[in-house]
Design a protein around this ligand. Structure first.
Ligand code: GLN
Length: 538
């Protein structure tokens, strides 16, 4: 019988509900349970795929091509379980399926209503992950904050579901904020009391209350909250600020979260094994080297827009026992060679991540040119790979106006072009999405990093290396290091006679794990450290 845990948030947003949910996933998995995390978001977009990164942060892509909330990245990195289409549901998706059914006459003339139709559809979707994976425990995070109008049907659905799956199989965790008033030197529990009251008014009694706090919560405050919120004192779990998100599961386990969750759900509390995770955190906290990476992009004001890239760089650092410092550069500020060189000479390696549209493109090309001509390690991801190809075409193959047709539809050298099946499609959900095969060229940097002939990586793009120019590039110093065999699409390019200049059409950052860095990130960091050490001897 699958056990269900629902996590809601109270008082304020940005409490780190996703990290808390992911941490709980790891804690339970380390007890030998099969755990799946999922997120239900109350907004009306069908998925975050069409949203501006400034609105929403990164769009995380699953193996099966779902464009999802960035919290799914935390879930995958902490629990090391690959998620799927059913792992992230929005109100928009729920309404879309109901309204399609209504148009097809699926309600047989009945009135279609929030209760029961919308709540039924939410509940149906909440049970899908368990049906697909046979998970012992499903952890469902509800987006938004209790009290939001738009989350009401979701809260009602999780209230109802308790009686569908059995009261003994269902637990509610409410995560709130405990503000610390410096003047009074006091932690304030009133916002939490109000938020729990609000939740109770919606028919839900939380079993566990998690408190985000900057200072440790004393036992008196815990007892007071337990009394006012109808929970056991050991079900008040403090969630203190951590130096790294990867320490949070260890802190939560120490707080007894796993033990009380097992008790509430009637799960036998088995021995936990967090040794590997603990070792990873220790390695992270005790680096032996340091390295500086320049991240050149167009959404740099919001670091969440590149969340998985940042995490993967950190993973690469952990694998190399190195502290990674990221210097953020808005590519629009690279207006000429002098500013580009001045900025980038501070870095040991350069990464150009994904992006859409033409803003900031020329600055990225200058960054790629600098990396190529100065032998600085360069890692191009998706758009960053396309930039590497354009730079090479312009400055090595002398195709002066070479470009992607996304940026310049009338270029005489469309070295990056729209895939034929992408002509005239609607915007949402139609990119080349999800995992595809890639055959690696023997002896390439990529093949040595992966130690494999064939890999599967996740994609999210519309434009592609233009095979019409393949010969020119092959006869030049650009190695085509990876090709999708089914459609003959170039997936990886490498600069020959360069220490490490690799561009990938896919998004390796979605598959990196803190205790198992993605091979390309691991090797990119290693090359950047080598570059730093070489410079040091100059
Ligand atoms: N805009 C480019 C494309 O659609 C790159 C996409 C990306 O970087 N994710 O192909």
């Amino acid at each position: 019988m699958t056990k269900y845990i629902f996590i809601t948030g109270g008082v304020v947003s940005s409490l780190g509900k996703g990290i808390a949910a992911a941490s709980l996933g790891l804690i339970l998995k380390s007890r030998g349970l099969k755990v799946i995390n999922q997120k239900f978001d109350p907004y009306l977009n069908i998925d975050p795929g069409t949203m501006n990164p400034y609105q929403h942060g990164e769009v995380f892509v699953t193996d099966d091509g779902a464009e999802t909330d960035l919290d799914l990245g935390h879930y995958e990195r902490f629990t090391d379980e690959n998620l799927s289409q059913s792992s992230n549901t929005t109100a928009g998706r729920v309404y879309l399926s109901i309204l399609n059914k209504e148009r097809e006459g699926g309600f047989h003339g009945g009135t279609v209503q929030v209760i029961p139709n919308v709540t039924d559809e939410i509940r149906r979707r909440m049970l899908l992950s368990a049906q697909e994976t046979g998970a012992d425990v499903v952890i469902t995070e509800i987006g938004g904050t209790i009290g939001d109008i738009e989350s009401l049907p979701f809260v009602e659905a999780i209230r109802q579901i308790k009686y569908e799956v059995g009261v003994e199989n269902c637990a509610y965790i409410h995560l709130t904020l405990m503000p610390y008033m410096k003047k009074a030197q006091e932690l304030k529990s009133k916002p939490t009391q109000h938020s729990v009251k609000e939740l109770q008014g919606l028919g839900i009694q939380p079993d566990i209350i998690m408190l985000r706090s900057e200072v440790p919560i004393d036992s008196g405050t815990r007892e007071k909250l337990a009394l006012f919120c109808n929970v056991n004192a050991d079900c008040i779990i403090q969630n203190l600020n951590a130096k790294s998100i990867y320490e949070v599961p260890l802190m939560m386990e120490q707080e007894g979260l796993g033990k009380v969750v097992c008790r509430v759900l009637g799960i036998e509390d088995r021995q936990t094994d967090l040794t590997e995770w603990t070792n990873m955190v220790n390695r992270f906290y005790n680096p032996k080297k340091s390295v500086t990476i320049a991240l050149v992009g167009k959404y740099v004001e919001l670091h969440d827009a590149y969340l998985s890239v940042v995490e993967s760089l950190i993973h690469g650092g952990i694998a190399n026992e190195a502290e990674v410092t990221i210097k953020w550069f808005d590519s629009e500020e690279f207006t000429d060679e002098a500013t580009t060189v001045a900025a980038l000479s501070q870095a040991d390696g350069i990464i150009v991540p994904g992006g859409f549209g033409d803003r900031g493109i020329e600055g990225m090309i200058l960054a790629a040119q600098y990396a190529r001509t100065h032998n600085v390690p360069y890692f191009g991801i998706c758009l960053g790979m396309q930039i590497q190809v354009i730079e090479h075409a312009r400055h090595v193959l002398h195709m002066e106006d070479a470009n992607s047709t996304e940026m310049n539809p009338t270029t005489t050298h469309p070295v990056i072009d729209l895939m034929p099946d992408q002509n005239g499609v609607v915007l949402g959900g139609t990119l080349r999405l999800g995992k595809f095969r890639c055959a690696l060229t023997e002896g390439s940097i990529a093949q040595k990093a992966y130690e494999s002939q064939e890999i599967w990586e996740r994609h999210r793009h519309r434009y592609e290396f233009n095979n019409k120019y393949r010969k020119e590039f092959e006869n030049s110093t650009l190695l085509l290091a990876g090709v999708n065999p089914e459609r003959n699409l170039v997936e990886i390019v490498e600069q020959k006679n360069h220490p490490w200049m690799v561009g990938v059409q896919f998004h390796p950052e979605f598959k990196s794990r803190p205790n198992r860095a993605h091979p390309l990130f691991r090797e990119f960091i290693a090359a950047s450290i080598a570059n730093k050490e070489k410079e040091g001897t100059k």
